[in-house]
Write a protein that binds this ligand. Structure first.
Ligand SMILES: Nc1ncnc2c1ncn2[C@@H]1O[C@H](COP(=O)(O)OP(=O)(O)OP(=O)(O)O)[C@@H](O)[C@H]1O
Ligand SMILES: [Mg+2]
Length: 457
């Protein structure tokens, strides 16, 4: 079905597909499988990835796209030489859009002040926001002139209002572009969009047969005792992520022994204890790790889904070599993976799944959480001047979570470039829950009420 829409998109009839389904049901996996299936075609991919930690950061996924495209900001090392301003100018020149307007708008959006040599502009005005959206849409349109483009927006249930508006405009305006818009969203997302060229596909839970096949893949073809297999299938109820985690927890636990072609129960059948929830199965896997490795997982989870080894080293009381060993253990346990696109100055990692990070964070006692949040805030303050200047709200959020409100307040006024982006958020997104309607200078919270993390972390 997605392939058919892609074909229509390639022919200049833009199509939009929204994959929806509960957490861990396989939306991202399907998206990756589709991207792989068209990897032989000549096309461009524009990818926005929304994050639970940046629901209140205007244009967050768009900014990441722009930084990657122009090789500026945190992606400077990936771009050609020169300053951010020079790279931005060179990149815009090859876009095929109104270069002066694009430079003015994008330089302001990206906080590249040296590039703004045009007339003074009131960046807080609604008209400037409109100009920003126009430039972004025309950038995307221009990129579809040379070759078809797959425009991916992952985890749109976490999109910030400004990016939401951008995506809506793309779907509304670019109807004759060679474009397929592919979105993934959890069920709580209500776009309010009624575009005729948008179709929603809801992913179902796996059948028993699919569950058994998936477990067989995870055991490397070795059979499990029928009792254990039945329990995994019934407890996980066809949710692939839970099924993966529970099978791993069982294989890594003390329940079974390897008998060559199969696994056998070690003890009496009556004594088997298999966790009932995703949380229980992940916690049992964490508990089986060396305490120092488990602690690193918890510290990392306090930072966010994505984190850098450098920041972790500043927070955790461990040597550089030990930290690397501990991270390697977490990779071997398939709890974290190296983040795609490493930064020049820092190795970046991410939890394999957002829910895994949430559960690792929840496993921390409140006092330890506060302690780590205080250390994160202090490390950002001291070692990340960029964050102090551009994302002071992240430091405020960590101080607030550390129960240090006075320190948090010091970072609550939004200075310089942060102010522009704060002003660009003009309306709450329709899919947000009541607790997440805070403005940029109020602490952002995620599913567990924890603060946002930052992209340097
Ligand atoms: N049909 C499937 N067969 C085998 N593995 C699957 C299947 N669907 C999903 N998985 C695995 O389950 C895990 C969760 O899938 P995925 O990350 O795609 O979920 P998701 O729907 O995107 O969740 P979220 O809403 O949290 O982003 C992944 O490790 C994925 O490889
Ligand atoms: Mg996903």
């Amino acid at each position: 079905m997605i392939r058919q829409r892609w074909k229509q998109g390639v022919e200049g009839e833009m199509r939009c597909v929204m994959l929806t389904g509960e957490p861990g049901i396989g939306k991202s996996r399907m998206l990756r499988a589709f991207c792989d299936s068209i990897s032989d075609d000549s096309h461009g991919i524009v990818s926005l990835h929304c994050s639970a930690y940046y629901r209140n950061s205007p244009f967050w996924p768009v900014l990441r796209w722009l930084q990657r495209t122009f090789g500026v900001g945190r992606d400077a090392a990936a771009g050609p030489g020169g300053t951010d301003s020079e790279r931005l100018k060179a990149g815009i020149a090859s876009l095929g859009v109104d270069a002066d307007e694009a430079l003015l708008v994008l330089a302001n959006l990206l906080g590249i002040s040296a590039a703004t040599c045009g007339p003074a502009v009131d960046t807080s005005s609604p008209s400037f926001k409109r100009r920003t959206l126009d430039v972004l849409v025309s950038m995307l349109e221009a990129s579809t002139r040379d070759r078809p483009v797959l425009f991916v927006v992952e985890d749109v249930h976490w999109i910030d209002p400004s990016s939401f508006e951008f995506v809506g405009l793309v779907i509304e305006r670019l109807i004759s572009a060679r474009l397929l818009v592919l979105l993934t969203a959890r069920p709580e997302f209500e776009s309010g969009w009624t575009f005729p060229h948008l179709v929603q596909v809801n992913l179902d839970r796996l059948s028993r047969r699919d569950c058994v096949a998936m477990i067989e893949r995870l055991t490397g073809g070795k059979s499990l005792p029928a009792l254990v297999l039945d329990q995994i299938v019934s407890k996980t109820d066809g949710v692939p992520l839970f099924l993966e985690e529970l099978t791993k927890a069982v294989l890594q636990g003390d329940l079974l022994q390897d008998a060559g072609m199969s696994y056998e129960l070690k003890g009496a059948a009556q004594a088997i204890a298999i966790p009932d929830t995703l949380q229980g199965s992940l916690l049992s896997r964490l508990d089986r790790l060396d305490p120092a490795v488990k602690e690193i997982a918890q510290v990392a989870a306090t930072v966010g889904r994505e984190f850098g080894a450098k920041l972790l080293g500043l927070i955790a009381s461990t040597s550089e070599n030990e930290l690397q060993d501990e991270l390697d253990c977490l990779i071997a346990a398939e709890i974290i993976v190296p983040a795609p696109g490493k930064r020049a100055d820092d190795d970046a990692y991410m939890f394999r799944h957002a829910l895994i990070q949430e559960i690792a964070y929840q496993s921390l006692l409140l006092a330890r959480r506060r302690h780590y949040h205080a250390r994160i805030a202090a490390a950002l303050e001291e070692h990340y001047p960029d964050i102090v200047e551009r994302q002071p709200e992240l430091i405020a959020q960590n101080f607030a979570a550390a129960d240090l409100p006075v320190r948090a307040i010091g970072y609550c006024s939004v200075p310089a470039s942060g102010r522009l982006r704060a002003r660009l958020t003009t309306r709450p997104s329709p899919m947000r829950s009541a607790d997440s309607n805070s403005s940029i200078d109020a602490p952002a919270t995620s599913l567990t009420g924890r603060p946002a993390s930052c992209h340097y972390c």
